[in-house]
Design a binder for this molecule. Structure first.
Ligand SMILES: Cc1ncc(COP(=O)(O)O)c(C=O)c1O
Length: 368
């Protein structure tokens, strides 16, 4: 008799359940300030809440395929219709659905690092080899390197995934480089999880009309403030959306999130308020901390800010530990570019952002 181990698909062996320890910790202790997971600090608007309640009363019924919300998404983004939109339980699930329709074991997936972890998590589960192309650290900026991305392409490249703006760096890649990558014909997924903070004018969604290989993904977890609800989507050419939708689980998006998402899209004022608040707070934190000598604050167009305190002689780990003494959870980053001073903060409430600024200034001996 063979051991159970020998029956697993070889490329999935040993892959653990994804558990985010800081999120576990924050749920266990609600008094902590959750400034680590790029959530929105503001609870859902009443309009969204009302839709949740209304459809909760119909939770005994299976959902349909979401034609109404998909039509709304198409309308907002200037594409033809629901045939250009696929929806999922957060954009993480959407990535999974896309990946499984392209990747076979041995394929390569290009990502631009540092970046969001889901591409690697889902790619590896399907047996892909992740090709990580590093961004360039220059003049206190982490820059996209489109030439290096193009140079990393091989016969085995199946997908190129780029977040715009990128997480954790918070910056956008220039539009012309998206065209260069799209021109390769390789499936190109542009992750626009945070694009609403800068406005849809920064979206690359137009490319999905011209290039059959381009998909844009989005989420309601960030600017819309609905991370716990789980709703994401992708926009693309009709025939590609048709094909990748073949990987959807039946009824993958529940009735409540589907209709609450529609309410969130209709609540344009609610979105504008959240975006305005966030962007003001990004400016507040950026300006407040830029006075620390040797401290690098990366300019962000999203709801988080990356920092590198390597040149101050302190480490990111020390900052995280000190912040925890004040009840603040930040996000650590691995050592890179010869520095171990990396960490990332997510915009919190006004009070939390003030507390964060005071804490960091105190840690660096810069109290007012
Ligand atoms: C770049 C990026 N893409 C996608 C997501 C996933 O969002 P969700 O699965 O909640 O839609 C995140 C979450 O942090 C992210 O940072």
């Amino acid at each position: 008799m063979k051991n159970i181990e020998e029956y697993y698909a070889p490329w999935v062996k040993g892959i653990p359940m994804y558990i985010s320890s800081h999120i576990e910790k924050a749920w266990r202790d609600p008094s902590l300030h959750r400034m680590m997971s790029n959530e929105n600090p503001n609870p859902p608007s009443n309009k969204v809440f009302e839709a949740m309640q209304k459809y909760a009363k119909m939770a005994n019924r299976y959902p349909d395929q979401g034609l109404v919300v998909r039509t709304k998404i198409a309308e907002i983004n200037g594409v033809d219709g629901p045939q250009n939109v696929m929806i999922g339980n957060g954009s993480s699930e959407v990535f999974d659905n896309i990946f499984r329709m392209f990747i076979v074991p041995g394929d390569e997936v290009i990502q631009h690092t540092p970046c969001f972890g889901i591409y690697g998590l889902r790619g590896k589960l399907l047996g892909a080899t992740m090709v990580s192309v590093p961004m360039v650290y220059k003049d206190k900026n982490l820059l996209f390197d489109p030439d290096a991305i193009l140079n990393a392409i091989t016969e085995k490249t199946k997908i190129i995934a780029i977040a715009n703006p990128n997480n954790p760096t918070g910056n956008f890649m220039a539009a012309e480089h998206f065209v260069r990558i799209a021109e390769t014909g390789i499936p190109f997924v542009i992750d626009e999880a945070y694009v609403e903070y800068a406005g849809l004018g920064m979206s690359q969604v137009e490319l999905t009309k011209k290039y059959k290989n381009v998909l844009v993904t989005r989420t309601l977890s960030k600017a819309y403030g609905l991370a716990g609800m789980r709703f994401g989507y992708t926009i693309g050419p009709k025939e590609v959306i048709d094909q990748i939708s073949g990987s959807l689980l039946p009824w993958n998006v529940g009735t409540i999130p589907m209709w609450a998402a529609l309410a969130a899209f209709e609540d344009t004022e609610g979105l504008a308020e959240r975006v305005k608040f966030n962007n003001e707070q990004v400016d507040f934190i950026t300006e407040s901390l830029s006075i620390i000598p040797g401290f690098v604050v990366f300019p962000s167009k999203a709801n988080y800010i990356l920092m590198d305190c390597g040149a101050t002689g302190k480490t990111g780990k020390e900052v995280l530990a000190f912040a925890e003494t004040r009840g603040i959870i930040l996000r650590g980053e691995s050592a890179k570019y010869g520095s171990d001073g990396w960490f990332r903060v997510t915009i919190g409430t006004r009070e939390e952002n003030q507390l964060f600024v005071d804490t960091i200034l105190e840690f660096f001996g810069m109290e007012k």
